[in-house]
Unconditional design. Structure first.
Length: 142
């Protein structure tokens, strides 16, 4: 009988997510990881809105398991794809998620990008971003 061990990325998923969310909190200058979670979720959703399903799956594959789950959770596949627009417009979109409870700074996208780059294989991320629509790589510039 051939058995497969559980991949380390799944064994370490909670620890890795905790490290990422603390990085996101600290980089953004937020007070709590709850505030950071809302920011991260909003940034991931804003990016997802600009991808078709195939491209989103390519991107999701470079994310650690918990971020991958957040990225695809509650996805309305009927929602039309949005174009990559200026950073200011996309930041306003990020700040609109749970507006009464969202204190994402104007630097939210860059802050999440910096935390993500600190916690994933950057070369693999950049290879995937190069295959995504124009604007994707700029979105994830820290």
């Amino acid at each position: 009988m051939n058995t497969m061990t559980i991949p380390m990325e799944y064994r370490q998923a909670s620890v890795d997510f905790d490290r990422f969310i603390i990085d996101a909190r600290d980089i953004a200058g937020l007070q709590t990881t709850n505030q950071a979670y809302t920011m991260v979720q909003a940034v991931l959703q804003a990016f997802r809105r600009r991808l078709d399903v195939e491209d989103a799956i390519l991107f999701a594959d470079v994310l650690p398991p918990v971020l991958r789950a957040i990225f695809i959770a509650e996805w309305d596949l009927e929602e039309p794809t949005s174009p990559f627009s200026g950073r200011t417009a996309m930041t306003l979109e990020v700040q609109a998620l749970r507006g009464d409870h969202n204190i994402s700074p104007d630097t939210a996208i860059a802050d999440v990008a910096a935390a993500l780059r600190k916690n994933v294989d950057e070369a693999k991320l950049d290879r995937v971003l190069a295959h995504l629509p124009a604007g994707a790589a700029d979105f994830w510039r820290a």
